[in-house]
Design a protein around this ligand. Structure first.
Ligand code: FE2
Ligand code: FE2
Length: 272
């Protein structure tokens, strides 16, 4: 029964160094078959570079997804073409470079992964996530046994609605982007594991990964500022889904939060 870890948005050097330090041991300790990570904030707070993507792959990340910060690092729109373990959101305009999904293999089981950007309160131009999900499921067809969908969105209603829309058709719908883990993890009535937000992997002594005072000051006077990544209370947050090989749906689902001071000790695992 394939066991897949999904890691929420990796933020800056603290987030990626913690992932690199923790993951190889965590993989064997938890018996993980596949590891997927959203790394849209892994370069500072904005975007990713080819070097960082390769470093994460070396640390046993099998597939990397991205979000609205996909193009923030200069040159990445060229580099992404050479990274076969990285996909950009599937509902970006079709002419955008990069894979729109990944197919990851563990033994003889194939798991497809794709990300959809929400359209409510989001700036990046994107096609309808619901219709794109239909299109992607049809496009993937028999090339994968099970499908994991990431909904990278601001509005909880859009995320919940997409989870319900895809219930019974994919193994998991997991939300990212808001950087705050939610407590609504469940297996929906037709067998799809669902979580509104996996939370971020980075410094929680922060405002969504950014230095606290900078954000408070900006709320007070509205003036532009340079953002810096916070440093303390590093956590790896995400979820683990076990996929039933007969139904290709979720058979078990849990959320995970691992704190830096107890590296590799699963501090809080909530089974649902
Ligand atoms: Fe985002
Ligand atoms: Fe993010």
């Amino acid at each position: 029964m394939p066991k897949v870890l999904f890691i929420g948005d990796i933020v800056g050097r603290p987030g990626r160094e913690f992932v690199i330090k923790t993951l190889p041991e965590l993989r064997s300790k938890l018996g993980l078959d596949l590891i997927i990570a959203n790394a849209e904030n892994s370069a500072g707070l904005a975007g990713i570079t080819a070097t960082i993507a390769n470093d994460l792959a070396q640390a046993s990340v099998d597939g990397i997804t991205l979000g609205d910060h996909v193009w923030d690092q200069r040159g990445f729109s060229e580099d992404i073409k050479k990274l076969d373990f990285v996909c950009r959101p599937a509902n970006l305009p079709r002419i955008c470079p990069g894979h729109d999904h990944l197919i990851l293999k563990c033994k003889n089981f194939r798991v497809a992964v794709f990300t959809l950007l929400g359209r409510t309160f989001m700036k990046l131009k994107a096609e309808c996530p619901f219709l794109t999900a239909d299109h992607m499921i049809e496009k993937i067809g028999n090339n994968a046994d099970a499908i994991i969908v990431e909904i990278h969105a601001e509005a909880t209603s859009e995320k919940v609605a997409l989870g319900r829309y895809l219930d019974g058709r994919v193994a998991m719908v997991v939300g990212t982007h808001t950087h705050i883990p939610t407590a609504d993890g469940c297996i929906l009535p037709h067998g799809t594991a669902y979580l509104t937000d996996a939370g971020m992997t980075g410094p929680y002594d922060s405002v969504l990964g950014t230095d606290v005072q900078t954000i408070i000051d900006q709320f007070l006077d509205g003036m532009p500022r340079r953002y810096t990544v916070a440093k303390n209370d590093i956590r790896l947050c995400g979820c683990i889904v076990n996929i039933n090989e007969k139904t290709n749906l979720a058979s078990n689902f849990e959320t995970v939060c691992i704190r830096d001071e107890h590296a590799c000790k699963v501090e809080e695992t909530k089974e649902v």
